[in-house]
Design a protein around this ligand. Structure first.
Ligand code: FAD
Length: 385
């Protein structure tokens, strides 16, 4: 059995590694010549870590991960701690550590593990057709590739999604802009073993340790879509949006490098229930695009990969049947994640200012139990428990 995989992002590479582990031949086609991930880092939560462990990447992932031993929320203006608690109860309950990692390093780890020379870069799929008992992908250079099935891991702007759904779905603007990047760890910004988040005014500023003495930072600001902001105005924009915020936030703005800071208008897609058409399967953001508010988009792509590989390996009624079983195991899980992230997004970013004010109050009473229980529920809903 030969699978064509389009897209060498987190989803495509995890799928390629997982399928090969099950003895399925794969070929990977990636549109760009050089990978340039849109986010600087990513928190791989234990459900994702378990998937990477199952792919044989436990030691490599551990080496890239920051130590997120604690979690804290700070008041935006005074900088005072609203709540701070250990992540240890979560680790004990779910049996794995959360792993914040630089995204480029995660991506490189996946590609190297599969074999960089085996990924065909600069090959953009434009069309997919099914015929008899196979699939043909057409590329923008006019070449073709044939396989028994095709895994469309071509991201949130997927061109293959239409061949599965028979319609075009629109991305939905979530109402906020996110700036993210990496900065050297500095104790005057936040402790080096803690995920620290300043909250207020429906905005947030977050610092999460990754390996190599770096913080992954991000700023969220509710804003209209399509503002003409760019790197040249980045620091001035952030100074304006975070005027009156605590000293560590001001220091962070001065410390960041606009040349390596990403600006992203955050979107998701209304969940849909069809991931498969015949021998074509959507995977990762192509199948379910979420806001990053619970840090689960990439983890869900890892879960998809494992479930896809096990569905193909474990069933004897043919490829179409196995893909439908993959779909059945993933649709409701990923719908839940997208909707949970959307709810969190709205509360964090002041969609209903009253609800956001209640959340700020709740944080002052938070002992960690409620927050960690919510995270454990999300994590344990994954295919590896
Ligand atoms: P992508 O990473 O988008 O990869 C798709 C690949 O397909 C790309 O390399 C692209 O070039 C290629 N491609 C596109 N079109 C074609 C084509 N026609 N032919 C061939 N190749 C094509 N998730 C988490 O789990 N934790 C987090 O903390 C987290 N934080 C995030 C923060 C931000 C700001 C954002 C925006 C997202 C975050 N996510 C997080 C979500 C995560 O980044 C995505 O869910 C994940 O990258 C999806 O992987 P993917 O492989 O499906 O898609």
């Amino acid at each position: 059995m030969k699978a064509i995989i389009t897209g060498a992002g987190i989803g495509g590479m995890c799928a390629a590694i997982a399928l090969e582990k099950m003895g399925i031949e794969t070929v990977v086609f990636e549109a760009v010549k050089e990978m340039k991930p849109v986010g600087a880092a990513i928190s791989v939560w234990p459900n994702g870590v378990k998937c990477l462990n199952a792919l044989g990447l436990k030691a490599q992932l551990r080496a890239l991960s920051g130590n997120m031993a604690y979690m804290a929320y700070q008041d935006f203006a005074s900088g005072a701690t609203l709540t701070r608690f250990s992540m240890e109860p979560l680790v004990r309950q779910v049996g794995e550590y959360p792993s914040p990692v630089a995204r480029a390093e995660l991506q490189a780890m996946l590609i190297e593990s599969y074999g960089r020379e085996r990924v065909s870069f600069g090959k953009r799929v434009t069309q997919v057709t099914q015929h008899g008992n196979g699939v043909t992908a057409t590329f923008d250079d006019g070449t073709l590739a044939h396989g028994d099935l095709l895994v469309a891991a071509d991201g949130t702007h997927s061109v293959i999604r239409h061949s599965v759904l028979g319609e075009t779905v629109e991305r939905r603007y979530a109402g906020y802009v996110n700036w993210n990047g990496l900065v050297e760890i500095d104790a005057s910004l936040a402790p080096d073993d803690q995920w620290t988040t300043f909250v207020g005014e429906g905005k947030r500023v977050s610092l999460m340790p990754v390996s190599g003495n770096r913080f992954y930072f991000f700023f969220d600001v509710p804003l209209p879509k399509g503002l003409a902001e760019d790197r040249s105005t980045l620091k001035a924009d952030l100074r304006r949006y975070f005027q009156g915020w605590a000293q560590p936030v001001q220091r962070l703005i001065e410390a960041i490098d606009p040349a390596t800071t990403n600006r992203v208008e955050i979107h998701d897609i209304e969940p849909f229930s069809r991931f498969v058409n015949g021998r074509i399967a959507l995977l990762g953001d192509a199948a379910h695009s979420t806001t990053p508010d619970i840090g689960q988009g990439g983890c869900a792509a890892m879960e998809d990969a494992l479930v896809l590989a096990s569905s193909l390996a474990a069933h004897s009624l043919g490829i179409e049947d196995a893909l439908l079983r993959y779909e059945a195991r993933r649709v409701s899980r990923t719908r839940d994640l997208v909707l949970k992230a959307r709810k969190r997004c709205d509360i964090t970013h002041g969609k209903d200012p009253q609800a956001t004010a209640v959340w700020y109050q709740e944080l002052r009473q938070e002992t960690g139990e409620r927050v960690l229980a919510g995270m454990c529920e999300t994590i344990e809903g994954g295919p590896l428990g």
